[in-house]
Design a protein around this ligand. Sequence first.
Ligand code: PHE
Length: 357
Amino acid sequence: MTELAELESQLVGAVEAAHDEATLDTVRVSALGKKGAISERMKTLGAMSPDERKQAGQALNALKDKVAAAIASRSASLKEAGLEARLATEFVDVTLPVRPEMQGSVHPVSQVWEEITQIFGDMGFSVAEGPHIETDWYNFGALNIPDDHPARQEHDTFYFNPKEDGSRMVLRTHTSPVQIRTMQESETPIRIIAPGRTYRCDSDQTHTPMFHQVEGLVLDDKTHLGHLKWCLEEFCKAFFEVDAVKMRFRASHFPFTEPSMEVDINCSWEKGQVKVGVGDSWLEILGSGMVHPNVIRAGGLDPEKVQGFAFGMGIDRLAMLKYGIPDLRAFFEADLRWLRHYGFRSLNVPTLAGGLS
Ligand code: PHE
């Protein structure tokens, strides 16, 4: 056997014997690496006569190709064997019943969030997002709430420590800053909802420091108050799953809308349980209005050409109303008994076609 034939059988043997990728790679380096057996022999070609070099060069190249091919094929079969082994050990029998001790459930806030998204999605709204940590400008200034405006106090804002330039970031007190971000990022017509977390320094039976809101924004060249009323009525009927709702639109004031309205929904209280659509009580569920020209301008659009409405409602509040949950603080206590009682089955995803709740 020539020396090269011997080397070949030795290297190919090592390749075949490699039972994992790491060993195979060591063999590859020992043969084809910079200081590998074949590479070292290549270096001796320079000192040979042209004839010798031609012969030896061809033989070495042929050896190199053979070894490389053996490595590639070994690597492929190792990969395949690895996959087979994983498929065999990671086998999941999806027909097995759900384990009875697994009692995870969907939180009512997640459920209602999804329900709201479904309803507005059906009306052609898409979902927008914004950061929870906002600049003062996005949370207040751009929304027509100047420095000395009393609304700033009403918002019970969580402020961060001031930066070197004196400016302070805030935990957003409402989802309205997403209005500005959406206007800056998109062209009209705009039709978005922005569900998300919001923060105010406040805590009692109906307030928690972190709560959820959903913002709505519609902007084009002709949307008016009538559209706002229709949209909110359709939403309430779909959300509370009733054929008719009585709603009361009360004149109100928000710096970022003009005119502004707060919306109450007709309901009854019986034995501490609230029922929507009947009775003669009223419950406030949202704030709304026509977007103020200053807000449109802050969003980089022209209030002479663009108009529309915005609204903001509390998701937690809607969940309490729809599912008769009396205390808001319990939402965030992660009490398993509460979650088992008020939670939803994880596979019951709300859809308009299949039913919301
Ligand atoms: N941002 C207001 C709040 O948090 C709600 C609102 C949104 C009112 C949009 C009008 C228009 O109370």
